[in-house]
Design a binder for this molecule. Structure first.
Ligand code: ADP
Ligand code: MG
Length: 639
């Protein structure tokens, strides 16, 4: 074995630069974002130094009336693009250290020094990694930096490189130095094939607005300002007017209306981020969940990283529009890394809680919450899958119910529970095509009789919501069609018994015989024929055999598996109903009476029709016509 030795890595700078330039970024235009970010950092540093009263080179400052700004100038003929700032500038030593040293960030050092000195925080500073500058070589043939530091006695310096592994530096003196004021100017000799693209002022403004719109200093392209909207999310809430929020909202969404609600958050734990989010008044028409037009814009220290990031917010809150800005991510993070990022997941979890809390607050005002619900409920209901926030989610649900005066009225699970009957430990719900249909649904007759409220469900997703929640507070969520007869029997009647009910049911023997005969007639069409405890006004209804899913869920499943067969159900007959009593009498008198058969088939098929399962109405219609013909004859005679 040889003695241990330590070696330094060697680097072929030319190749390293090549990799850096060509694999760090996918879009060429990103170089502009990097240079603008650097200029913004230089201006921020100057501002901080000013504030901490470090001496500023008065001579270098030149005419210091000039506001802090970033200027971009184009020269189409010369294929030149220049980006200048009147920030801190660099000394010769700093040029070598910051630009001439790959992966050395002067900004990171600045922040560290600032922190060590216990001075003011500088949360605006963007740079951290010391590689952004080199992205300029995606578009540059050659770059010339002319810079003059804010420091006392600093002389102007010029740095040039073609990005092929070496650079030159020289101090400017005499005539060359004249007129070089504090700050940095980066002149780019553009590659031939890119010269047109990157000397087009309007195109450059567009790129600025895309990636650097919220930089805190004016960015002027050939004298015209490109960034116009302030990064409102980084400003203290109390300083922002309603109009500013609205302006920002319409900038973000192109919605001319004002937002229904605004959430402006500044969070420090468990992750640091600022967010400015809005709930629009109108839902975009998300017909199905495959629409891609949602997500929050992700910024890192005011610089756009990704538009419509879909990991920042769960899908059931896709109606929320806005921006998230975090200090804790690097600028050059790749989309792949973003997707599986713990930090992003933490932001998502925090935002979700905040949005739910906001909705809870909004719900205190029934009218505005109803407005929210009308537009966004369809999307929001998918939140039943968010088990971590189930309680809050359930509390935010709204339904129409049998107790509502109109279709617009909304009831929460808590409203329901607050007016439940003594001893009623269940929340009952029923599924139907409309409020009118549900009001006539035979399954709900017993609920009307007992004065028990039933929540109405109109959309398939409601079924999944109730199925997933199962409970709210200590109330079981129970489909009305599965209500236990003994539970219902225990509750007092509120409606006076009508004339039909006042009638006594037929003898048990006569009833049993009728049920057996009906079962015989219908054969395999039904699993069982039995007496009903849920009917008051109707003669019969179909119910699912015990332990089965609800009939609405059944329908959803069948639709999904393209199953067009008719499910086998229990036929319940109402023993107190006049028709059933008559049938029992007729059957007792003549067990082969053809009218009983005709009536049994008719009852069964009309029940199927109500449930939406009758595919061929011919037999039913024929029978109705036959019965009408007979009864009209009897009626005519009786008159
Ligand atoms: P980062 O911005 O992550 O630090 P860059 O490669 O973009 O990395 O820049 C490297 C360093 O060069 C910066 O940290 C800063 O010290 C210096 N620098 C770049 N552009 C300017 C500028 N316009 N004015 C002053 N210093 C600059
Ligand atoms: Mg940078």
């Amino acid at each position: 074995m040889t003695a241990q030795a330590t070696y330094e890595f060697k680097a072929e700078i030319k190749q390293l630069l090549d990799i850096l330039v060509h694999s760090l970024y996918t879009e060429r235009e990103i170089f502009l974002r990097e240079l603008v970010s650097n200029a913004s950092d230089a201006l921020d540093k100057l501002r901080i130094i000013n504030a901490t009263s470090d001496a500023i080179n008065a001579e270098a400052a030149g005419d210091d009336e000039t506001p802090l700004e970033i200027r971009i100038e184009t020269k189409k003929d010369g294929k030149l693009l220049a980006i200048s700032d009147n920030g801190v500038g660099m000394t010769e030593a700093e040029l070598v250290e910051n630009i001439g040293t790959i992966a050395h960030s002067g900004s990171a050092s600045f922040l560290k020094a600032l922190k060590d000195s216990g001075a003011a925080s500088a949360d605006g500073i963007i740079g951290r990694f010391g590689v952004g500058f080199y992205s300029v070589y995606m578009v540059a043939e050659k770059v010339t930096i002319t810079t003059r530091s804010y420091r006392e006695d600093a002389l102007p310096v010029e740095w040039t490189s073609d990005g092929q592994g070496s650079y030159t530096i020289r101090e400017l003196t005499g005539d060359e130095a004249a007129g070089v004021v504090r700050g940095t100017s980066i002149e780019i000799a553009l590659k031939d094939d890119l010269a047109d693209q990157f000397t087009d002022a309007e195109g450059l403004r567009h790129i600025i607005r895309k990636h650097s719109n919220f930089i805190g200093f004016p960015i002027l392209v050939d004298g015209t300002r490109a960034n116009t909207v302030p990064a409102l999310w980084r400003e203290p809430k109390f300083q922002i007017t309603k109009e500013q929020y609205k302006e920002f909202y319409s900038f973000l969404t192109y919605d001319a209306d004002e937002p229904l609600d605004t959430l402006h958050l500044s969070v420090d734990a468990p992750v640091q981020f600022n967010a400015l989010c809005f709930i629009p008044k109108k839902s975009k028409d998300f017909g199905g969940f495959d629409r891609e037009d949602w997500g929050l814009d992700l910024y890192v220290r005011r610089v756009l990283i990704q538009r419509q990031n879909k990991d920042l917010i769960p899908q059931h809150l896709m109606f929320v529009r806005g921006v998230v800005d975090t200090e804790d991510l690097p600028l050059n993070i790749s989309r792949e890394t973003l997707q599986d990022n713990l930090l992003i997941r933490k932001i998502n979890a925090t935002l979700t809680k905040q949005v739910l809390a906001h909705l809870e607050k909004m719900a205190e005002d029934k009218a505005s919450y109803a407005e929210f619900w009308r537009e966004h409920a369809r999307v929001f209901k998918a939140g039943y899958m968010d088990f971590g926030n189930r309680e809050k989610f359930a509390g935010l649900l709204r339904f129409n119910s049998s107790s509502c005066e109109s279709a617009e009225e909304l009831v929460s699970l808590d409203d329901y529970i607050s007016r439940a009957k003594v001893d009623q430990k269940k929340v009952y719900y029923a599924f139907g095509p409309s409020r009118e249909a549900l009001k006539l649904n035979p399954h709900l007759e017993i609920f009307r009789k007992k004065g028990v409220e039933v929540l109405f469900m109109f959309e398939p997703i409601d079924e999944f919501v109730m199925d997933a929640l199962r409970k709210h507070k200590d109330f079981d969520l129970t489909p009305a069609e599965m209500a236990k007869p003994e539970d219902m029997a225990a509750l007092p009647d509120v409606e006076p018994a009508d004339s039909a009910e006042a009638q006594a049911a037929p003898e048990k023997d006569a009833l049993d015989a009728l049920f057996a005969r009906v079962k015989d007639i219908l054969g395999d069409g039904v699993t069982e024929v039995r007496a009903s405890a849920r009917l008051t006004g109707s003669p019969c209804c179909l119910v699912n055999p015990d332990g089965h899913t609800t009939s609405s869920m059944d329908k959803i499943m069948r639709a999904m598996s393209h199953d067009a067969s008719v499910p086998k159900k229990v036929l319940e007959l109402n023993p107190k109903h006049e028709l059933i009593r008559n049938l029992a009498d007729l059957n007792q008198a003549d067990p082969a009476d053809p009218f009983v058969e005709q009536a049994a088939r008719q009852l069964f098929e009309s029940a199927l029709l109500l449930e939406g399962y009758l595919t061929d109405p011919h037999a039913l219609v024929g029978r109705i016509q036959d019965l009408l013909a007979k009864s009209s004859g009897w009626y005519a005679k009786a008159r």
